[in-house]
Design a binder for this molecule. Sequence first.
Ligand code: ATP
Ligand code: FE
Ligand code: MG
Length: 348
Amino acid sequence: MIVLGIETTCDETAAAVVATGEDGRGVIRAHEVLSQIAEHAAYGGVVPEIAARAHVEVLDRLIARALHEADLTLADLDGIAVAAGPGLIGGVLVGLVTAKTLALVARKPLLAVNHLEAHALTARMTDGVAFPYLLLLASGGHTQLVAVKGVGEYLRLGTTIDDAIGEAFDKVAKLLGLPYPGGPEVERAAESGDPERFSLPRPLLGRPEPNFSLSGLKTALRIEAERIAPLTGQDVADLCASFQAAVVDVVVDRVRVALRTFGTVAGHPTALVAAGGVAANGTLRRALAQLAGEAGLPLVAPPLPLCGDNGAMIAWAGIERLRLGLVDDLMAPARPRWPFADALPAAE
Ligand code: ATP
Ligand code: FE
Ligand code: MG
């Protein structure tokens, strides 16, 4: 099975071709990503209208390049997958209309994929992880702990009650004068910083539901930064290291709680899976690997280029759906808001 995947929900324009391998995993035959970072950097964040226009300008060429790289034509494909949401409506429409057009012209099945579901299933493409597993999805817009029981069977164990983790990294970076996107910048600065210089709060630590709260942490950091301003390079490094240490402590604690909840609703997980752009963070990965080890589970985190937004994860989610006959018609709507996991049923 070979599927083209198209991703345009935020500020990456991406197209990839993925095939099923003999071991049930995915084989990435082409992987094209064009980041719009330069277009948005001056504004310190993604500007939706600029993003949509940038997708229009490059998407067709990117798809042609991916097909060329895979040495295929449209006729060779088994399906055309596209992220139909959640995300910025302008960008989603660009990807969706393009995918529908290709599906119509080449008479191929359309697979309208949920972008978050694609992040969630990436570990099956890269590592062949079996259901059920515990997913930590930490990205720019989302922070969720999810019991992944099967394709389309997602139970949300916890979520953030305010900012997403990636968003908190981005806001902290902005506050400290570091460029956008902030996550990698904060991580880099933290390398030469002292994580114990500032004692920042660990919100919700120890709470029995595996939820997150990040906005108080961000505010505490802002107060510290204002107290010692003007900031030297070392101050910035220490603030970044202290912030990152607090986030990692919180995530480890919340995942530990989620592992307990998982047992009561979904049985024994086969793995702890980390996904989304924040899963690229090395300090977080090491802490999660240790936690997983203590729980007797493997930690599966995608290789760095597959943590952030990409077309391969969309193509793979398309393959997973196509295998089950979950095909969409050309009326498939763009869904700027599209929750992918069901809430836990309330306890009796
Ligand atoms: P969503 O998937 O929720 O729609 P998104 O697609 O924008 O949001 P991703 O592209 O998956 O999110 O991830 C981007 C986020 O990951 C940004 O907030 C970025 O700062 C963060 N991020 C990237 N690298 C790192 C890192 N090394 N450490 C921490 N955060 C990081
Ligand atoms: Fe994403
Ligand atoms: Mg992104």
